[in-house]
Write a protein that binds this ligand. Structure first.
Ligand SMILES: *Cc1c(COP(=O)(O)O)cnc(C)c1O
Length: 809
């Protein structure tokens, strides 16, 4: 037989198109006529995935053959977003796929929009985990991410009459073509029961309940396909899915109770950002995924290397905040009970294997569990926690620490109801404890961990967060990426610090104009989207001023709203002044139980409705609250932003990463000296960032001195007017008292110092207005921001973890 006959059938169909069509027919079971958009999407993903599988296997084989040390990143959250565009871009196949689909009459951009946004995380902490996974693969480091495959991830946010409404996100509705269920990789996870000793003195934990954890793997592709790592998410299955005896006796639901309990474990992501859920189910989730991951790591190590005692040479386990901290006790249990190591030997191995990353110093966010709950659910781990505690308290006493320090170091909080402190467990059980920005790391040493730091002075170190430039520049902002390539060549594609070569172009008038044109096109794109989804009309020539992040009092959306109200008042009082046209964009979700955060969302919407409808404003100020902030929306907003609001109370934002994404896309920052803002200022230069407000030190002093917001209010006419307008119901005619409580809180306590920082913030905003008027100056500043923040690539961050903590580079 000869080949030409085939080619004659479809002379112009590229081979990739044939492959997609073949997948559509044979894997999805639809032909081109019957296929719905999600069918085309699945066929495209499965076809692209084929290319990944071989690299994936090659990556594993190579790591195995080299006897390489592996990195294990344990995180209860992975905010990965859509994967198709990322996969195509990292494999350099985007154009090829676009053309193949076009030859089949399918538009790639439409398909990309069909892909569900995998939101297995709340905010920055989960997105960091996703950026880290991508950088690990890009740096060719063998790594696994471990987490939970939530059936419903982060809730979908709808705004109904200005109020947040939470709806379940059904991202698995059409299945997930990226994942592979590994039924053979399953582990038994026990809960409850009792601990018994046998005649040999060996300890046995006899759980009275158990479920099976089953691995579901998703490939993570590095830049230029460098390597493919695995994101292994655990799902739960009942060990006895159906009790036939009960079923046959007529108890149909009772027969399935174990299945329902297993499903419940992986059903929802707790929608709380920086406050612990405080639920038994949450502790069960934490132990479930920690135990499955540690069992998997130990199994792999013993299988490859034989001797459990070499674990720290071949495995580095990073705990993303305290959510996986029970892993410390779980590894101890496995080493002592299953591998018969003595306690001290096991402790040495454990500490050498773990590293812990702290993400918050907010007291309400430091996880601790009521001791009776911990003991009931994990009786063997409770014993081990006591034994670990005895050991570290002995060390502290030997060092001469006083009773106050001993109480602070203890793994058990003895003040009031006794609780197990997960941060102390993670700290004690790790050889490295890192903060996520320089200021945050300093504060760790001075505050929450001061006594532990004195006991183990070499343990705390800093690793300032980063973001992957692939997703947050190349993929989300192709216009700017092309422009940068024209100007400075391609070196920055592989080394983001090379973006520094862009800085001299700030002085080039022709380049500035092209830069502004790219920004404007991104603003038009966002405006079109917002017109479609929420019917709002925005002027792309106005300044796009954005505050997009979780809604939290410490992030101070309220300060921004107060200033917006004050500006509105001024525009109405001085209609003839040459006001800078502004669009104020807010987006973000509030934890469902967080009353004030939800009220702030309502306030933003109420203020938007009033201002946008007031003809006196003449379009000089527009306010919009964009619903359902997620990774995909962030990818649209970041490239279109002119001004980045990073205005948290100094000392309260551990790092922030939204600040980095916005600067990388050429937004100027207005911000406090908090988190990574401090280092952003160092990298872009003090002239290209607008800093205002109290420093972390001043905040601490003010609070210690008994801060009274009424003094700040008395000193500011603008603030008085804004507060009384909101309190008096100007924005809530339907319910004039709606915001009385919120404003009372500001007037009487104002823990987050909105009032203290108001004047400084308002002045900074007027300085921003003046800068905007000087278009050349503004664009030059924006260009220097892009050129200045290459250091915030997560490749740099991961390089530091790899060298200093994991010792794999
Ligand atoms: C980057 C990002 C965050 C974190 O934003 P911060 O401003 O650092 O709090 C939260 N959510 C999403 C969807 C993000 O992409």
């Amino acid at each position: 037989m000869t080949q030409p006959a085939l080619a004659a059938v479809a002379p112009t169909t590229p081979p990739l198109a044939e492959a997609i069509l073949d997948t559509l027919i044979h894997r999805i079971g639809k032909d081109a006529q019957a296929a719905l958009p999600h069918d085309w999407l699945a066929a495209t993903i499965l076809t692209v995935r084929n290319d990944i599988i071989e690299r994936w296997m090659a990556s594993s084989k190579q790591a195995h053959a080299a006897g390489a040390k592996r990195v294990y990143y344990l995180s209860l959250e992975f905010l990965i977003g859509r994967l198709l565009r990322d996969a195509m871009a990292n494999l350099s196949r985007t154009d090829e796929v676009r053309e193949a689909l076009a030859s089949l009459g399918v538009n790639l951009a439409d398909l990309e929009g069909e892909e569900p946004d995998a939101a297995l995380g709340n905010g920055g902490l989960g997105r960091l985990a996703a950026c880290f996974m991508e950088s690990l693969a890009s740096l060719d480091l063998p790594a696994y991410g471990y987490g939970i495959r939530y059936v419903n991830g982060m809730f979908r946010q709808r705004i109904d009459n200005g109020w947040q409404v939470e709806l379940p996100e059904t991202w698995l509705r059409h299945g997930n073509p990226w994942e592979f269920e590994r039924r053979e990789s399953n582990y038994r996870i026990g809960f409850g029961g009792e601990v018994v000793g046998d005649e040999n003195g060996d300890i046995h934990w006899m759980p009275d309940e158990s479920v099976e954890a089953v691995a579901v793997d998703t490939p993570v592709i590095g830049w230029r396909g460098a390597r493919v790592n695995t994101l292994r998410l655990w799902t739960a299955r009942a060990r006895d899915p159906i009790r036939l005896d009960r079923f046959n006796a007529g108890d149909h639901e009772g027969a399935l109770a174990a299945s329902v309990r297993a499903d419940t474990l992986v059903r929802v992501l707790y929608p709380a950002d920086s406050t612990p859920a405080g639920q038994e189910l949450r502790l069960r989730q934490e132990y479930f995924f920690s135990s499955a991951s540690i069992q998997d790591i130990v199994r792999r190590h013993v299988q490859y290397f034989g001797d459990i005692r070499t674990l720290p040479d071949k495995a580095a386990i990073q705990l993303n905040d305290t959510h996986p901290a029970v892993s410390v006790a779980e590894l101890m249990r496995i080493l002592v009970d299953d591998h018969a190591l003595d306690f001290d030997g096991a402790w040495e191995i454990t500490r050498a294997t773990f590293g812990y990353t702290n993400h918050t110093l907010l007291p309400e966010a430091l996880e601790s569990w009521p001791l009776p709950l911990f003991e009931r659910l994990l009786p063997r781990h409770m014993q081990l926690v006591y034994a670990i505690n005895a050991k570290i308290l002995r060390e502290a006493r030997a060092q001469g620490q006083d009773d106050g320090a001993i109480a602070a170091i203890s793994l058990i909080d003895e003040g009031g109801e006794r609780r197990v402190r997960m941060a102390n467990l993670a700290f004690a059980g790790s050889h490295s404890v890192n903060g996520v920005a320089a200021l945050h790391t300093d504060l760790m040493k001075q505050t929450v961990f001061a006594d532990l730091h004195r006991l183990y002075p070499d343990r705390i170190n800093n690793k300032t967060n980063g973001i992957t430039p692939r997703r947050w520049l190349f993929e989300s902002n192709p216009g700017l990426t092309s422009l940068i390539r024209e100007a400075i060549g391609d070196a920055f594609l592989d080394d983001a610090t090379k973006l520094a070569d862009l800085k001299p172009f700030a002085a080039d008038a022709a380049f500035r104009e092209k830069f502004e044109a790219v920004k404007r096109a991104n603003k038009v794109r966002l405006s079109q989207h917002l017109r479609e989804v929420m019917g709002v009309r925005l002027d792309p020539d106005a300044m796009f001023d954005v505050q997009v992040k979780r809604i939290h009092e410490y992030k101070r959306q309220l300060l921004n709203i107060l200033e917006t109200v004050a500006l509105y008042d001024q525009i109405r009082s001085n209609p003839d002044k040459d006001w800078t046209p502004r669009v104020k964009l807010f987006a973000g979700k509030a934890a469902s139980s967080y009353h004030n955060a939800k009220l702030i969302i309502k306030l933003a919407n109420d203020v938007a409705r009033r201002i946008n409808a007031d003809p006196a404003v003449r379009g000089l100020l527009r306010v919009a609250f964009v619903p359902n902030y997620n990774v995909s929306l962030a990818e649209l907003i970041m490239p279109a932003a002119d001004l980045s609001e990073q205005i948290s109370t100094a000392g309260m934002e551990a790092s922030g990463t939204g600040n980095m994404k916005l600067a990388l896309n050429g937004a100027l920052t207005i911000g406090t000296l908090d988190g990574a803002n401090v280092e952003i200022r160092d990298h872009v230069g003090a002239d290209d960032i607008v800093i205002f407000g109290l420093t972390a030190e001043e905040v601490a002093e003010k609070r210690a001195a008994g801060y009274n917001p009424r003094e700040a209010i008395a000193a500011s006419r603008e603030l008085q007017q804004a507060l009384s307008a909101i309190k008096g119901g100007v924005f809530s005619h339907d319910d004039p008292g709606r915001y009385a409580g919120l404003i009372d809180g500001l007037e009487n306590s104002d823990w987050f110092l909105c009032c203290a920082d108001f004047d400084s913030y308002a002045q900074a905003q007027r300085q921003v207005d003046a800068r905007w008027t000087d278009r050349a100056g503004w664009n030059a500043s924006a260009i220097r921001n892009v050129g200045g923040v290459g250091w915030f690539s997560s490749d740099r961050t991961i390089g530091e973890y790899a060298r200093d903590i994991w010792k794999v580079m």
